[in-house]
Design a protein around this ligand. Structure first.
Ligand code: NAD
Length: 510
């Protein structure tokens, strides 16, 4: 028996009429665990129409009431996050503790949205001109489409929808077809939280569903996260249809280790950030830049640690029922095709002459044979012309590039087409400050390998890691999901008549 995963509209499941379904697989077993509805254009239109119908009433709902619903959602999410984490592990493959981690980072944005009243306050200028007052306000946009990737089925949608809903928009979420169950679970939680039907909707599907969102005149804005080619397409297509759009793309994140750094701290960080979630994170470290002369020492420390990692079924982590009582550190890759693609990159690196220090293809996983396994892989002496350096691998493959100087490290980063995250490891405050100034990257860590900003700052990369100018969450998120109005008003003072009269010149302030 496989579980059917439908759409969600008007506060209820909606199967649609397309008759098209895609298999959802548990990556740790290789078995099909469900099938997700693939929307036709008509199904998409039905969901978008419901959202549009709910939007006027939600925008008119008081700020107090909207905040109470978001707060209730936060409480329920916090209480029941283990259910969501199990769903994520079963469809994505990441270990249970990591699934809980992504929920915690998404929950931060919900907590930020609970304080939305403060962020929606406008300005007021009394008597800006004689008898004239001016105030500003920010209004909701209407219907917002959120299109999310497979690698964070809970956190990435939560970068957007708590703020979008708190400011008075309605949402249509199009999750990845690889792990869609989290979105349905979240829809149910919103209903329990008291959100009116139609305000949060889920549209499952593939390109047909995405195109419907990008092209519908009833959708006002698009928040997209995924690979760079699709991000660019979404940005161009949604813009062409007159929408506000932010489209976050892929990454190739470099971690620079300067010679004065604490090498044990750096090695721990490289392993955690390179192999956590099997490298399927947009902020994963995929390139380690060792500045001479520490390369040999650093690679030895990383290799020593990498050899201790357990690759296995992330569901076991929830109960720690393995003999040693230790959970897997890393799960499988998301699909068989993706595992094979990443294994192909390993072969490519070897063929290109990089030194394969640890080969993840030899892994002995703690899990079923049919799972999509690939163990942590470490390459040394990688050069920028190699495919494994140029491409976003999105797997547990860490490439070490050696450079003679700090300037070479910065030049390497700045020549890269991506600019999502980067980190420097050093004990020299001056060098860290210089790095912060020199690199053309949106998010920077100093002795922090995955510098995902806290919810009240904004998340976003530079260059081909972001299309559009607005980053996710924080005040930029509030800005993205609202539109400004400035009101200039004058009220006649009966005691001061006569006022008015004809004056065709351009109004001047006096
Ligand atoms: P993806 O681009 O394949 O899919 C993302 C979304 O786009 C999914 O909902 C998918 O259904 C849809 N989609 C796929 N092909 C499409 C097409 N041809 N037309 C229209 N829509 C399409 O990405 P993915 O494999 O799910 O996720 C991994 C990628 O996401 C990586 O490149 C990763 O770096 C990136 N990512 C970036 C960030 C960030 O913040 N910059 C965060 C997470 C993931």
């Amino acid at each position: 028996m496989t579980n059917a995963i439908p759409h969600w509209r008007d506060g209820a499941e909606f199967t649609g009429t397309s008759g098209q379904w895609a298999d959802v697989t548990n990556p740790a077993t290789g078995q099909v665990s469900g099938r997700v509805a693939l929307a036709s254009s008509a199904d998409a239109e039905a969901v978008i129409t419901s959202a549009r119908q709910a939007s006027t009433a939600w925008a008119a709902t008081s700020l107090a009431r909207r905040t109470q619903v978001v707060f209730a959602f936060r409480e329920l999410l916090n209480r029941r996050k283990d259910e969501l984490a199990h769903l994520i592990t079963a469809e994505h493959g990441k270990v249970y503790s990591d699934a809980l981690g992504e929920i915690a980072r998404g929950q931060e944005v919900v907590e930020f949205a609970c304080g939305i009243a403060h962020l929606l306050k406008g300005g007021h200028s009394e008597n800006a001109s004689t008898g004239v007052d001016v105030h500003s306000r920010r209004d909701a946009l209407g219907v917002v489409g959120i299109i999310s990737p497979f690698n964070f089925p809970a956190m990435v949608p939560m970068w957007f929808f708590p703020i979008a809903i708190a400011v008075g928009n309605v949402v249509v979420l199009k999750p990845s077809e690889k792990d869609p169950s989290a979105a349905l679970w979240i829809a149910n939680l919103w209903k329990e939280s008291g959100l009116p039907d139609g305000v949060f909707n889920v549209l499952n599907g593939d390109k047909t569903a995405v195109d419907a969102l990008l092209q519908s005149p009833d959708v006002d804005a698009i928040s997209f996260v995924g690979s760079t080619p699709i991000a660019r397409y979404v940005y161009e297509e949604a813009s062409r249809h007159g929408k506000r759009v932010q489209a976050l793309g892929g990454a190739k994140n470099h971690m620079v280790v300067l010679p004065d750094a604490d090498l044990d701290l750096a090695a721990d960080a490289a392993v955690n950030a390179g192999y956590g979630s099997a490298g399927e994170r947009c902020m994963a470290i995929s390139v380690l830049v060792a500045v001479d002369p520490i390369g040999d020492d650093l690679v030895a420390r990383i290799a020593e640690r990498t050899q201790t990692l357990l690759t296995g079924d992330g569901r076991a982590s929830a109960t720690s029922d393995d003999a040693a009582g230790r959970e897997a550190d890393m799960g499988p890759l998301v699909t068989r095709e993706h595992r094979d693609k990443v294994a192909g990159f390993v072969a490519s690196g070897e063929d290109a002459g990089a030194k394969l220090v640890i080969d993840g293809r030899d892994v002995q996983p703690r899990g079923e044979d049919e799972g999509f396994w690939l163990g942590p892989t470490l390459f040394d002496h990688v050069t920028p012309d190699m495919e494994i350096y140029r491409e976003e691998i999105f797997g547990p493959v860490l490439s070490v590039v050696r450079v003679p100087t700090y300037d070479d490290a910065v030049a390497l980063i700045n020549a890269n087409e991506y600019g999502n995250g980067t980190a420097v490891f050093t004990n020299d405050g001056g060098a860290a400050r210089r790095f912060e100034n020199d690199v053309q990257v949106g998010m920077i860590g100093v002795n922090v390998p995955i510098p995902v900003p806290v919810a009240y700052y904004s998340f976003g990369g530079w260059k081909r890691s972001l299309f559009g100018d607005t980053h996710a969450h924080g005040t930029e998120g509030v800005h993205f999901f609202t539109r400004a109005k400035v009101v200039t008003s004058r009220w006649i003072n009966p005691a001061a008549r006569p006022e008015g009269g004809l004056e065709l010149g351009f109004p001047q302030n006096v």
